[in-house]
Design a protein around this ligand. Sequence first.
Ligand code: HEC
Ligand code: HEC
Length: 301
Amino acid sequence: MKKLLRISAWAIGFVAVLVLVAGTGLYLYTQRRLDTKWNVAGHALNTPTDSLALERGRRLATTIAKCSDCHTADFGGGVFIDAFPVARLYSANLTRGKGGIGGQLSDLDWERAIRHGVKPDGSVLLYMPAEEFQNINDEDTAALIAYLKTLPPVDRIVGTNSVGPLGRLLYAKGDLPLVPAEMITHDAAHPAAVPMGASVEYGRYIAEIGGCKGCHGPGLSGGAIPGAPPAWRPAANITPTGIGHYTEEDFFRALREGKRPSGAPIDPLMPFRFTKDMTDDEIRAVYMYLKTVPAKAFGGR
Ligand code: HEC
Ligand code: HEC
């Protein structure tokens, strides 16, 4: 009996040491990646001041690229993932109010944050989807920056990000897109401007910068939303296999009212509170583009 007790004490001790060593290793490994400074030159742009460009910037920020989804409607930022032990993350206050970074960024700093996912000192921005925004063309990026610089100041000091043990594990496994800067080829050229209007090309552009590919997957075939808790509904297959039966009218209804052709509601994880404000041409463009993507089985990437 005594011997058995001694053996189990040993076993428990052994496991505890293993857990400690693995935990420390995980912490050190992920922290090294999180602390990495990126030497990103960025792409200098001429920021416009005309009202047409500012309006384009506003629509990108509030409707097409949905910056306000995370940075809140007044762009003062706040907590947007509160899921410890995965992570507690705060989006930045983008205004020039107290606690905001708006007054401190040069135009080049803005560009490097949006399309490269780094701060002015080269440290990484957590979970800020620059891997999608790297596809925003120069003209639109400049319009976006111009608009953000006009935001009314909001005084709000947001909290400090923390990544918990489970978040670190998921990140190390490649299941949490925590550091978009690691997912970008920083010296690659950004795409050329696409004429706006109801065209396949413009539809593809919106699908890339508007998060459709971010959630529905690079091949738009649906599956688990990257980094989402397991309880969340997967994104739908929006290749022709999934929504080939949609008429253009059905598609408008899905994006404007959050309803399927049958009238059944679509889960509000699908951001129709934003897509409802897309123009007719924009929705039509995405519909035209989705008709051209290869049909894939659900989750076939
Ligand atoms: C999925 C959520 C999300 C979306 C969408 C998003 N952001 Fe962010 N953004 C963040 C988070 C989180 C941070 C803070 C990251 C950190 O502190 O590590 C951030 C930080 C920033 C910063 C701060 C840079 C700095 O120097 O501190 C800028 C600028 C920014 N975002 C601009 C934008 C713009 C412009 C858009 C839309 C095109 C956008 N963001 C969309 C989550 C988001
Ligand atoms: C934040 C993640 C997210 C983004 C961004 C997103 N979707 Fe979705 N979408 C979903 C989810 C999740 C569902 C499934 C909802 C359900 O099962 O009820 C869905 C469902 C849909 C449906 C209904 C499909 C069906 O089976 O009837 C359509 C259409 C759709 N999305 C189109 C788009 C388009 C176009 C875009 C880009 C403009 C987009 N989505 C952006 C998460 C997203």
